[in-house]
Ligand binder design. Structure first.
Ligand code: NZQ
Ligand code: ZN
Length: 389
């Protein structure tokens, strides 16, 4: 196990009805906020009116930034920064999924910074200051409700980049599993794939003797798999929704990678896919992750055997270690199919025309590698995309 520091300061307020206290919670910090949300799901579900009522009851002024799209864009981030500056706002809140929260985070770092907020995303400068952020989460997936990341797409060139900083972990996040009942089945599944991917990125590590976090990862994966099966038939099962929502936070709040080094190659490759083709992040991951596994499993067959046996209950009578490892990967793929996700690029109508472009962007023209389990260069990425065809 490697040395590590662990701290996650986000206060999680979890459970039924918790969003109705939003005004009271905000009042502990400020009386004026920027309210960020997406394309209208919160209005349709009635959540918007409950949030606004609670804010008004507590005399919280709010300016709105609406219309945030999935794979959120830089332009709207800049609009949000301007709104905060013009209205002297020093607190940003999102209501919605990861895209709304990531936009709020980008605004939070952009307001106190004099340069272009994109500088943070291309690693030109480090975050020194950020406005406090609150999240009301409606989609368990990204873990952004307590993560140190924000992922934004720059329309100019379609670059999708992530920023990591301890300063952008939300001050608090409200998570009511009931708010996820209105999710279309496909979005629920995309979220499930993202939660599993966050866990698996950490699981496939070169660090030895990380038994506790191995087991925590396996428990998270098993919990998500079992409860996903319940949701297929009973989308309003509160307990299953709650298990998946909390798993989404645990998968990405930093706990599961304590003492280990995660991979993140699949995420990097997926970000190129969703930047260019604007597919849901979770759908990109259900395509890329199995292909990545097939490409790298020989690097540590034992770890893939452990994954197959402990997560997917693969019977040890499968004749060889290699067969057991491959059966684990196959079961992951079957599971993604079962919950309605694509597992091949062709399922998402993506052809091989832009493989080279994506591999170049991902590796900055083959000057950098991605991933830690095996460091992937440009050719490796093209090979993985080819396996995913
Ligand atoms: O825009 P609205 O109308 O709200 O509709 C959204 C959107 O169309 C809808 N939705 C959300 N909650 C709903 C709902 N519809 C009905 N009922 C609800 N309760 O779902 C659609 C997708 O929303 P979005 O926020 O885009 O999805 P998600 O939460 O999966 O976020 C994806 C983004 O987060 C990034 C992804 O790359 C992608 O850009 N990620 C962020 C991370 C982080 N900050 O830590 C880590 C991840 O690995 C990921 O890269
Ligand atoms: Zn993800």
């Amino acid at each position: 196990m490697n040395n590590f520091e662990f701290r996650n300061p986000t206060r999680i307020i979890f459970g039924k009805g918790t969003e109705n206290n939003i005004g009271r919670e905000i009042k502990k910090y400020t009386n004026r906020i920027l309210l960020c949300y997406g394309g209208g799901s919160i209005k349709k579900s009635g959540l918007y009116s409950r949030v606004v009522t609670s804010l008004k009851e507590n005399n919280i002024e709010f300016i709105e930034l609406s219309g945030i799209k999935p794979n959120p864009r830089l332009n709207l981030v800049k609009k949000g920064i301007d709104l905060c500056r013009q209205n002297d706002i020093n607190f940003v809140m999102s209501v919605g999924g990861g895209s709304a929260a990531d936009t709020a985070k980008a605004i939070a770092v952009g307001v106190p910074y004099n340069g272009d907020v994109w500088d943070f995303y291309i690693g030109k400068v480090k975050v020194k200051e950020a406005l406090p952020i609150a999240v009301i989460l409606t989609l368990p997936a990204t873990g952004t409700e307590s993560s140190n990341s924000s992922v934004i797409t720059n329309e100019d060139g379609l670059y999708k980049k992530g920023l990591n900083s301890e300063l952008i972990r939300p001050t608090f996040s409200i998570m009511n599993p009931e708010l996820t009942y209105t999710l279309p089945a496909y979005q629920t599944s995309c979220g499930i794939s993202d939660i599993m991917a966050h866990t698996m990125e950490r699981y496939f590590t070169n660090v030895d003797h990380v038994d506790l976090t191995d087991r925590l990862c396996e428990a998270t994966l098993k919990t998500v798999i079992n409860n996903a099966k319940i949701l297929i038939k009973h989308p309003k099962n509160y307990d299953a929704r709650a298990e998946i929502m909390w798993s989404g936070t645990i998968a990405h709040n930093g706990l599961l990678n304590t003492g280990r080094i995660g991979d993140w190659g699949s995420h990097k490759i997926e970000h190129e896919l969703s930047a260019i083709y604007d597919i849901a992040h979770g759908a990109g991951l259900s395509i890329v992750f199995p292909a990545w596994m097939k490409y790298v499993y020989k690097h540590n067959v034992n770890l893939f055997v452990q994954f197959a046996v402990r997560v997917w209950d693969v019977d040890l009578s499968f004749s060889s270690y290699e067969n057991i490892a491959l059966e684990g990967i196959s079961r992951l793929e079957q599971f993604f199919k079962k919950i309605g996700l694509p597992t091949k690029l062709s399922d998402a109508n993506i052809d091989d025309n832009r493989f080279e472009e994506m591999a170049n962007k991902c590796t900055e023209n083959n000057t950098k590698t991605v991933g830690q389990f095996i460091k992937l260069g440009k050719e490796d990425i093209i090979n993985i995309l080819t396996l995913a065809r």
